[in-house]
Design a protein around this ligand. Structure first.
Ligand SMILES: [Zn+2]
Length: 141
């Protein structure tokens, strides 16, 4: 949602996650204290953040506080489904794939080149933007 390239790991294989994070320069966000004790993390070779709360909104606040992430945030530039960078589309390019009401009222569209999902700045977008701003301040459009 905030435009950070992110992956979700639900596997039991922590070593695989750590290897991939190292290879791709990722930061691990975890509730698992064992991850923090790994030599590669404790020694500072791999960045990791131990999340204090189970609540996703609290977790986001913690990240914004602890990592100064907002400067680099590019909200709504990545596909929420598959993490790919979105591409701007003209209304006529997406006409057949959005509801008629949306087509009449929205001028700006983004499309995911991977899954073809189309995004526009409707009420859901507005609500998410307000939520992000409530957590961290100014967000660029
Ligand atoms: Zn997608």
């Amino acid at each position: 949602m905030m435009g950070y390239d992110s992956l979700f790991f639900d596997g039991a294989d922590d070593s695989m996650m750590v290897r991939q994070a190292l290879a791709e320069g990722r930061i691990i966000l975890t509730r698992d204290t064992q991850i923090m004790k790994r030599r590669v993390v404790a020694g500072g070779r791999l960045r990791a953040v131990l999340l204090d709360s189970e609540d996703p909104e609290e977790q986001m606040r913690q990240l914004l506080r602890s990592m100064d992430l907002l400067g680099d945030a590019r909200p709504f530039t990545l596909c929420l489904e598959c993490n790919a960078p979105l591409v701007e589309r003209r209304p006529d390019e997406v006409k057949d794939r959005v509801p008629p009401y949306v087509f009449r009222t929205q001028q700006q569209y983004m499309e995911c080149p991977r899954c073809r999902r189309v995004y526009w700045r409707g009420t859901h977008w507005q609500a998410m933007k307000r939520k992000l701003e409530g957590m961290g301040g100014e967000l660029r459009d």
